[in-house]
Ligand binder design. Structure first.
Ligand code: SDX
Length: 430
């Protein structure tokens, strides 16, 4: 912890004082806001590996210890004792709700799960084989064309309404994207069901047959939502904050977050990880893939492995691994080859110097696909499920940014290494 003395930076002989900001937990921060004005220099940090973009009270990650807290509560305790909507309340408002607060919050979310009936037409404009993430980006962005009474970001009440609408409607939109992709009719939300059961019902029930949600699967689904709810200033959250800093409406900001999450280096890794495990196929094929992952000339990476922040295990991956055993057992799936490959791959990788040296461990995406696949979801639905889970984190961070008195439009600078100033040459002289 700093002794509150400023850091002194000597820039071309000029000494510049940089205040040291001390956090509740984590590294101290050098406040460089005045650096360009006083020293006429920028800092350079592509990928923001050493840069704090904001002050936040929502989520804390200790990458060395493998810790993740939502509003100070360790993720393991929330995964074991809480549920997703209670975690949504915690992330949005900062404290765990009492019984009446939770009851009221659940009722508000439950009563916003339907989407405007005309939004059904949007889906019919997509090809049936469109990736559900493409559909979600489009339809969530289009919410700003329907819910005009919650797009004024200057009105706290409209921010609140938009937050509840997004948390409530994302599962409905994700389920509709899935149903559309398999040519089945949309299933309306059922307000008698809890959040996770409602999502499973909207995905897997059909008008022609009775469908009862297995409470144990609903609990596993709810836990997956909780594990993905927020994760500090990751790429998609930073996208939402940057979009929101321009004053864009909440639906446009969340659509931007969904688009960023889709990338295979980020939320798209859960789909890529399961496809990789299925491509490996059997345990005896693992050494070849480990070799390829280490080969600098081969673009192949172990999907679901490594993390910008976690240089120890990802606590979510540990919970997810336990959950994978439980869900497969519950479904009576024995000797799941993919799970066997995943566990053996993790074991081999964690004994291999390349991965140990680079502190590469399984992340949240390594086991999640095994559970979702066992539940009956196609790989194309893995990232939409991540997106609907993360919506509460995105919207909580968006609200925090808007209420931050230091909030201003995000506008990074650059290290320009292009052509020096030069005069135009007419085409005849080139
Ligand atoms: C998520 O930020 C978040 O919080 C994200 C997230 C969230 O909840 O929001 O946690 C969700 O996105 C999890 C990460 C999902 N992505 C994957 O599983 C894709 C595979 N992993 C990598 O692409 C990579 O590990 C990243 C993108 C996750 C992190 O990349 P970094 O921090 O930029 O690390 P790096 O690319 O600089 O790698 C450091 C070294 C390199 O080798 P050297 O150049 O030092 O020799 O490790 C190697 C990399 O080549 N490396 C890997 C590897 N990940 C890193 N080598 C093989 N397989 C991998 N998976």
């Amino acid at each position: 912890m700093a002794d509150n003395k400023p850091a002194i930076l000597s820039v071309f002989g000029k000494e510049i004082e940089l205040p040291v900001l001390t956090p509740t937990a984590g590294p101290d921060c050098l406040d460089i806001r005045k650096l360009y004005g006083q020293g006429d220099v920028f800092t350079y940090d592509p990928g923001f590996t050493s840069t704090a973009s904001c002050e936040s009270t929502i989520t804390f990650i200790d990458g060395d210890k493998g810790e993740l807290w939502y509003r100070g509560y360790p993720i393991e305790q929330l995964a074991d004792n809480s549920n997703y909507l209670e975690v949504c309340y915690l992330l949005l408002y900062g404290e765990l709700p009492n019984e009446s607060q939770l009851k009221d919050f659940v009722a508000r979310v439950t009563n916003h799960t339907m989407v405007h009936e005309q939004m059904h037409n949007f889906f019919r404009g997509f090809r049936r084989d469109a990736h559900p993430m493409a559909t979600m980006v489009g339809v969530v962005g289009a919410m700003s064309a329907f819910y005009h009474d919650s797009t004024d970001i200057g009105d706290p009440w409209q921010r609140e309404v938009a937050s509840i609408r997004l948390i409530a409607k994302l599962p409905t939109i994700a389920a509709m994207a899935y149903k559309y992709s398999i040519g089945q009719p949309f299933v309306y939300p059922n307000n008698e069901l809890d959040y996770a059961s409602n999502f499973l019902n909207m995905c897997f029930s059909v008008p022609a047959a009775k469908y009862t949600v297995d409470p144990a699967l609903a609990k596993a689904m709810d836990r997956i939502f909780t594990l993905h709810a927020d994760h500090e200033q990751n790429a998609s959250t930073s996208t939402v904050r940057l979009a929101g800093s321009s004053g864009a409406n909440p639906f446009a900001c969340i659509a931007a977050g969904i688009a960023c999450l889709w990338g295979p280096a980020h939320g798209g890794a859960n789909q890529a990880a399961l496809e990789m495990l299925q491509e490996i196929g059997t345990v005896d094929q693992i050494p070849e893939y480990i070799r390829r992952a280490k080969d600098k000339d081969d673009p192949f990476r172990l999907m679901g492995f490594g993390h910008r922040v976690y240089k120890n295990f990802d606590p979510r991956a540990k919970v997810m691994k336990e959950s994978a055993d439980e869900v497969l057992d519950l479904l009576g799936i024995e000797n799941n080859e993919t799970l066997k490959v995943a566990k053996e791959l993790e074991k081999i990788a964690l004994e291999d110097e390349y991965f140990v040296e680079r502190k590469l461990y399984p992340n949240v995406d390594f086991y999640s696909g095994i559970i979702l696949s066992a539940m009956g979801f196609p790989t194309s639905m893995f990232t939409p499920i991540f997106a609907l889970s993360r919506t509460v984190g995105w919207i909580s961070q968006w609200k925090e940014m808007l209420s931050d008195p230091q909030n201003k439009i995000g506008r990074p600078r650059q290290l320009y290494v292009g052509a020096d100033k030069r005069d135009y040459v007419p085409v005849a002289n080139r």
